[in-house]
Design a protein around this ligand. Structure first.
Ligand code: URA
Length: 208
């Protein structure tokens, strides 16, 4: 089975985890991706922002949320009063999954499978042990499913304060939509953005 666990050092801090994750071969995604994109931010963070997986730019730069979705996330965090620089930012899956399509063979994002999510979860668990945040904000359906399982529905749970699932070292979880949903929105973009900010305010309130 796909599983990152054999690659995850025990009782490790973030830097040790990051070094080990660079060599992860727990699922096949490492083969096509440029590099592992591990979480980034202070280990002392009171908040963890959890995305889905690195995109094209993150894969090249080796940093989470370094592209357009990251810009949107930063803007929404600022407006909601969540200090993005004081948050640990990471993804449910640490390698970019994509298909090559079209003339220039553009790399098109593909959603990670449940197998890949499950395989990568030991990295997330280890990050949460190292950071031990007061709140995890899940960004989008995939991040929610990574914590709560495939029955998780972001439309139902967003903007609420949920108890963390057993075995995860975090205070509470606040789900919201993925910032890229704002970028993809059409004429209702302002509304979708306001919804993201409103959910992030719930997390800001938890932090006080
Ligand atoms: N989308 C994500 O979910 N994570 C990133 O790091 C970038 C885009």
């Amino acid at each position: 089975a796909y599983d990152a666990a054999p690659f995850v050092p025990e009782a490790a801090g973030i830097e040790e985890l990051r070094e080990a994750a660079a060599d992860c071969a727990g699922c096949p995604l490492f083969r096509e991706a440029t590099q592992t994109v591990f979480g980034a931010g202070p280990a002392s963070s009171r908040a963890v922002l959890l995305g889905e997986q690195p995109g094209d730019q993150e894969d090249r730069k080796g940093e989470p949320f370094a592209g357009p979705a990251g810009g949107m996330l930063l803007r929404a965090c600022e407006e909601a009063g969540v200090d993005r620089d004081q948050a640990y930012v990471t993804n449910a899956v640490k390698h970019f999954k994509f298909a090559r399509e079209g003339h220039g063979k553009q790399r098109i994002h593909k959603s990670p499978s449940l197998r890949e999510l499950t395989a990568c979860k030991p990295w997330l668990e280890a990050e949460l042990r190292a950071v031990s945040p007061e709140v995890v904000v899940t960004l989008g359906a995939t991040a929610g499913k990574a914590l709560f399982g495939s029955a998780f529905r972001v439309t139902k749970e967003r903007g609420t304060v949920l108890e963390a699932p057993g075995g995860l070292e975090t205070g509470v979880v606040v789900p919201t939509i993925h910032p890229s949903a704002v970028l993809r929105a059409g004429e209702n973009r302002d509304e979708v953005y306001a919804g993201l900010v409103s959910d992030l305010r719930v997390a800001a309130d938890v932090l006080g």
